[in-house]
Structure formats: C-alpha cells, structure tokens
Ligand binder design. Structure first.
Ligand code: 2P0
Length: 330
C-alpha cells in the first residue's frame, strides 16, 4: 500500500478573508494576508488501499462523516483528477489526521487540515503537482488553507469578480519572518467546536449584513496597509491594521446576526488594550471563533502571556512563532 504523510501549520490572517465572489470555485471576495504559525500542527497520512469501496477519514481518531467528510472526498477527487489517464481507476484511500490543538473552533484547523491533506494526497497518488497548483486545489475547498502552503507572511489575492471556476488562484509568499519579528499568543476561551462554520457564516453575512458592501470596499485598503506595515517594518502599524481588519470583519458579521465571541473574547480584548495603554505594544485579532490571537514583539511575550493567563475567562494561552509551509514528512 502506498502512503504519504504531511505536516501543515495553521495560519492567522492579519488582513482577513471573509466573503466569496459569486459563482463557482470558492474565490475570495477580498484579498488577505496571513502569518503561518509554528508550534501548532496538523499531521495527515494518506494511504491508498485497493480493498476500499470508498474513501475513509479520521480526525484525532474519530471517523469523519457528513459535510466535513464530503469536503475531504471532494479534495481527494480534485487530486485524483490530475492523474494522467492510465485507464485504471485510482484506489480509494484512508486519511488519518491529527491536530495538536482544538479542532474546528476558530484556530484555523481547516487551513492546516486541507493543506496537509492536499500535500499527503499528492504524495500518495504520485501526482507531484507544483505548490501553486496544490494551493489552488486546497483553496477550492477552504480558501484559508491555500495560505498554509507557504512560510511566514503570505498573501491570497481576491478572485475574479465573475469566476468561471477555471482560474488558478494560489496564495504566494510575501515576506520572510526576519523582516518583522513577531510572535502570536493564542488566548483559548473555549475547548468546544464552533456552531457556525466559516462557509455558512460567510453566506449569512452576505445575505443578512447591511454593511457587507462596506466591508468589501474597505478590506483591500486594510490589506494594503498591512502590506505597507511589513515593508516599512512597523510593528505598530501592522498591529493597528490587523486589529482594524478583525474588528471590521466581526462588526460586519455581528450586523448580520452572527456572533462568534464569548465573554472571554471581550475580556482578552480588554487585557490587550489595557497593556497598550500602559505602553506595551500588543494587538489582537480574532477569527471565526471566540479565541483571541495577540500579536507581540518577542521581547514582550513573557509579560503579555502572563497578563492573558491572569484574565479570568481565558482557559490557557498557546504560543506560536512564524513557521514553515506545508510539506511531506515521509
Ligand atoms: C481568514 N477565516 O482570513 C478568515 C478570517 C476566518 C476568519 O478564512 O469557506 O475555513 O472554507 O473558504 O477557509 C476561515 O475560512 O473558509 C477563514 P471557506 P475557511 O483566515
């Protein structure tokens, strides 16, 4: 039996993606810029098995069923469709994936998960596709996962306004970690999975939020500001733009009735703002879940971590530096 194992890390967007272009292919409506993290990881093994009548998948030892399973099978189908025609039907496979951090709770497990799955499937099926093609395939299932193929600061442009579904749109590396040293502290505020997945949340925001167009208009300006902050090596400018992106994205969701925050989210935001008022440069960002990710310069990690840990509703704090893109490990 042929198998391949891949590792991928989640990424955290500093300029957020939220919203899709109308039409097929899962193209983002706004550009995004992320950092790939070290310290949190998904490891995925794909094993081809001629005896299987369908693909099977487990995450952390639990069989995956329903819509999450369909997304995995769709991705596997996209990789298998790249096999050169030999006349033989490719074998189904067994996918075994483990996360060393909470799954499906706004910690970007779908980003690392689909990046690791795509690389492992490419290895097991022997398709040997270039990284941009793999990033494009994964983007079709989970747009944020396109960014986890690359290290450090990564951009994903918005898609065409009226996509046919055939346009290649991969993420691409933007800058190396040394250009602006920072770390990310994740204030975990629940151990549970989120109730509204990102795709459903984006659809709800598009359909119900009266300020969705304002978000789509402003997001490219924030994206440009984040890029300029990295180019000019300004941590403060980066943090301010990242906070603006997260707050505007959440304001847009909330206006459409979607609230991902819990009490701990608010408490951690206030902790960060209090630190800043006292002169410590720390900035927060929040994804489609209640955890608060705090951007800090390396010399302030210890003090900011201690402040987050003494925030009552924060359960624990994870620490991540900038990390490498998804890769095969065997
Ligand atoms: C991001 N998020 O830029 C934004 C910020 C969450 C909030 O990309 O619908 O799971 O599968 O393309 O990739 C999460 O979205 O969404 C996400 P789909 P995905 O990181």
């Amino acid at each position: 039996m042929t198998s391949a194992r891949a590792i991928a890390h989640p990424n955290i967007a500093l300029a957020k993606y939220w919203g899709k272009q109308n039409g097929p292919g899962n193209y983002p409506a706004v550009p995004s810029l992320s950092v790939t993290l070290d310290g949190l990881a998904t490891t995925t093994k794909v094993t081809l098995d001629d005896s299987l009548a369908k693909d099977i998948a487990t995450i952390n030892g639990q069989e995956v069923v329903g819509e999450p399973k369909e997304r995995i099978v769709t991705l596997l189908g996209l990789v298998r469709a790249k096999l050169s025609a030999t006349g033989e039907t490719p074998a189904f496979c067994c996918v075994e994936s483990t996360n060393d951090f909470p799954t499906s709770s706004g910690l970007a497990s779908s980003a690392s998960g689909f990046a690791a799955l795509t690389i492992a499937a490419d290895g097991a099926y022997g398709t040997q596709l270039p990284t941009d093609v793999l990033s494009d395939l994964a983007r079709r299932i989970s747009a944020s996962s396109a960014r986890s193929f690359y290290s450090d600061f990564v951009v994903l442009a918005s898609g065409p306004e009226a996509p046919t579904g055939n346009e290649l749109l991969a993420a691409r590396p933007f800058a190396e970690r040394a250009s602006l040293p920072l770390e990310v502290l994740v204030a975990v505020t629940t151990e549970g999975a989120k109730e509204v997945k990102s795709t459903g949340g984006m659809n709800q925001t598009r359909d119900k939020s009266p300020v969705y167009d304002a978000w789509k208009n402003e997001a490219p300006r924030i994206f440009a500001d984040v890029k300029a902050a990295i180019e000019t090596k300004s941590f403060e400018r980066l943090g301010e733009a990242a906070e603006r992106s997260a707050l505007l994205m959440h304001a847009t969701m909330i206006a459409g009735g979607l609230v991902y925050w819990n009490a701990g989210t608010m408490e951690a935001m206030h902790t960060v703002r209090k630190l800043r008022a006292k002169g410590t440069a720390a900035y927060f960002t929040i994804d489609a879940g209640p955890h608060v990710k705090v951007l800090v310069e390396p010399e302030n990690v210890r003090a900011v971590k201690a402040a987050l840990e003494s925030t009552p509703s924060v359960l624990r704090v994870l620490r991540a530096t900038l990390g490498d893109g998804a890769r095969l490990v065997s």
